[in-house]
Write a protein that binds this ligand. Structure first.
Ligand code: ATR
Length: 269
């Protein structure tokens, strides 16, 4: 029987994950089916139980179930534990193993696809919700010199920063109006782009050498990307991160790492 996987979300119809995993499977010669499962808002656990009963090998989890996925896992990998959220479930030997590939996907996109090293760099992270939390450990593992976390609600940033104090990297929380100096990398991990808004980051945060990355993606650049580009920064949306987090999940499940380069160009067009 062909191994079965899916992405669980609500909504889920827009998800590009089935296309991405089908392309990885074709490229690596792996036999698998990857579909979509819409879960009712109060029915995530039932869907997971149903998948396990049907012999599925794993699932990706998207909005709004990443926290519930961490709760339902019988075992959590370190990066899922640090993120407090799960986007990749593996059903193995009666266990539900939770992992989080979002942060590693972002790091892979910045370092491999954009060709920007994080070691020794100054990073400004905008937002302190689930998306921001998920990238903290993968960022710290790259040894940046500083991570400044700016959030509208200061208390959330303080809590996040307290959870990720580090020996090598200076990790601090600020209000948007207290952002000082410029940064090598600015990551928008707020959900402001969904409302066509941008967090109030000052122009002085960007230079011509800054990489500005929005975790969101769409047909057009986000307001954050347009603002950063106006200051001379190089910009990137979250599409590369999406493909890389999928590649990381595929590697966990199949033990084979797909090459993301051709997909990154073909899927964009
Ligand atoms: P996600 O899982 O996408 O991170 P979340 O946990 O709800 O979603 O977090 C959303 C983040 O976007 C938060 O940091 C939020 O700021 P608050 O903590 O102050 O709510 C931030 N955010 C959302 N809309 C924003 C806006 N218009 N401007 C600035 N920050 C915004």
């Amino acid at each position: 029987m062909t191994d079965q996987y899916c992405v669980i979300g609500n909504p889920v119809a827009h998800s590009k994950s089935p296309q991405i995993h089908a392309a990885f499977a074709a490229q690596t010669g792996q036999q698998l089916d990857y579909g979509r499962r819409m879960a009712p808002l109060d029915g995530f656990a039932d869907v997971v139980r149903d998948l396990v009963a049907k012999g599925y090998k794993g699932a990706n989890v998207t909005v709004p179930f990443k926290l519930e996925a961490a709760a339902i896992a019988t075992r959590l990998e370190e990066r899922a534990l640090a993120a407090g959220a799960v986007n990749t479930l593996s059903f193995v030997d009666g266990e539900i193993v939770g992992d989080n590939t979002d942060g590693p996907g972002l790091v892979a996109d910045i370092t491999r696809n954009a060709g920007v090293a994080l070691t020794g760099k100054r990073i400004l992270l905008l937002g302190a919700g689930g998306a921001a939390r998920g990238v903290m450990l993968p960022f710290l593992q790259q040894g940046p010199s500083a991570i400044v976390v700016a959030n509208r609600t200061r208390k959330t940033a303080d809590t996040l920063v307290a959870d990720f104090q580090d020996q090598v990297t200076q990790v601090t929380a600020v209000n948007f109006e207290d952002i000082r100096g410029s940064f090598d990398i600015v990551v928008n991990a707020t959900s402001a782009s969904l409302a066509q808004e941008m967090p109030p980051v000052p122009a002085s945060a960007f230079t011509h050498d800054t990489l500005a990355l929005d975790m969101m993606y769409g047909d057009a650049p986000t307001p954050f990307m347009l603002f950063a580009a106006k200051q001379g920064a190089a910009t990137r949306d979250g599409f590369g991160m999406l493909v890389e987090q999928a590649a990381e999940a595929f590697t966990i499940w199949r033990g084979v790492r797909p090459d993301t380069r051709e997909l990154l160009t073909s899927l964009r067009t």
